[in-house]
Design a binder for this molecule. Structure first.
Ligand code: SF4
Ligand code: SF4
Length: 341
């Protein structure tokens, strides 16, 4: 992939150029929280690049939490998906996109709503420089910088300079349109970047040593279905579904029909959570997982066994959002640790 060196001023110019042709969303640190905001011209590019990953999941921009998806008897009008640039999401989110694209852009049954938004989405990701105690991407085979593609441009902040990596043709086009002064990078800069990335990777690894998560965690997840940790965590879980709703690797939804006249209906799609008792409920009010511990086990099995078998990577990228969101302080790493016992 092509890489160039630029200054903070050039990053600002890139931001302004994107803001002229698309809605531009950036992360802004507000105390401990990282919120998503519309870009304003006086926002500091260095702070945006260095910000911790936003709390909100990227899927919000691709799969609306609540939306109309069909009408009867009239046909729905075409979905509107204005151009959107997301700036400052981290590698965990580019890894989320890998899975979402796989699921939602299925060759035979693509999700037309997702596809339209995805086509008009431009992603400028940034290397992680801050590691918080909820981060564990290294424990699920990933890194705190993009390794699986799924970005248009990626920015690494190295001392007082920025390295732009181009991930797509659209990325090349955006750089040309912003008329940036791109400079070739030397072998020394390349090595320094590698060292910086290695150092941050080690920090993530080290802080997760105590969990001892095996790189083949899918094996105990499959074999140890009766692990006591599921029942143990079910005692604390309040079934709020927050862990699913903040996770961009969770894409389940349900469909609800509303009668709006004689023989006229509107169909809505709403994000769903496999932790809810009503999830997967069948006719006759039966459910295959009536106990909460079964639903917690299902969440783990789906991410670490079923998706691994389907795509050869996990349905968890180690972003830690579910850990931050859980009002019962349930940490997915402790679930994995418990499964290994
Ligand atoms: S399960 Fe939790 S840590 Fe894993 S990707 Fe989802 S929100 Fe992130
Ligand atoms: S966020 Fe925590 S309390 Fe809520 S459903 Fe998930 S595990 Fe249970």
């Amino acid at each position: 992939m092509d890489q160039y060196k630029v200054t903070a001023g050039e990053i600002n110019r890139l931001l302004k150029s994107q803001a002229e042709k698309s809605r531009l969303i950036i992360p802004i640190e507000e105390g401990e929280q990282v919120e998503l905001k519309e870009f304003r011209e006086n926002d500091n590019p260095s702070l945006i690049v260095d910000s911790f990953r936003p709390y909100d999941p990227l899927k919000t921009f691709l799969m609306s939490p609540f939306e109309e998806v069909a009408t009867f008897p009239e046909k729905m009008s075409e979905i509107e998906a204005p151009n959107l640039t997301l700036f400052g999401f981290k590698a965990c989110s580019t890894n989320h996109i890998r899975l979402l694209d796989e699921i939602m852009l299925d060759d035979e049954w693509p999700d037309v709503f997702y596809r339209k938004r995805r086509e008009n989405l431009f992603i400028i990701s940034c290397d992680c420089v801050e590691v918080r105690d909820t981060c564990f991407c290294t424990e699920v085979g990933l890194k705190p910088y993009p390794t699986t593609g799924n970005f248009d441009l990626n920015i690494s902040h190295l001392n007082d300079q920025f390295i732009i990596t181009v991930g797509s043709e659209e990325g090349h086009r955006a750089l040309a349109e912003a008329s940036l002064n791109l400079q070739e990078i030397s072998d020394e800069i390349r090595e320094n970047l590698q060292e910086q990335r290695q150092e941050i990777t080690e920090r993530v690894k080290n802080q997760n040593d105590d969990y001892g998560i095996d790189e083949k965690i899918h094996e105990p997840v499959r074999e140890n279905r009766d692990a006591g940790v599921f029942a143990e965590k079910a005692e604390d879980c309040v079934e709020c579904g927050g862990c699913n709703l903040v996770c961009s690797s969770c894409y389940c939804f349900y469909l609800a029909d509303r009668e709006v006249g004689e023989e006229a209906f509107r169909r809505f799609r709403v994000w769903d959570s496999c932790q809810y008792n009503a999830y997967a409920r069948l006719a006759g009010d039966e459910t295959p997982r009536p106990m909460l511990m079964q639903r917690i086990r299902h969440r783990i099995a789906h991410k670490f066994d079923y998706l691994k078998e389907s795509f050869d990577y996990y349905g968890c990228v180690g972003c830690g959002r579910c850990i931050s969101a859980c009002p019962a302080d349930i940490d997915i790493r402790e679930l994995l640790q418990g499964v290994q016992k």
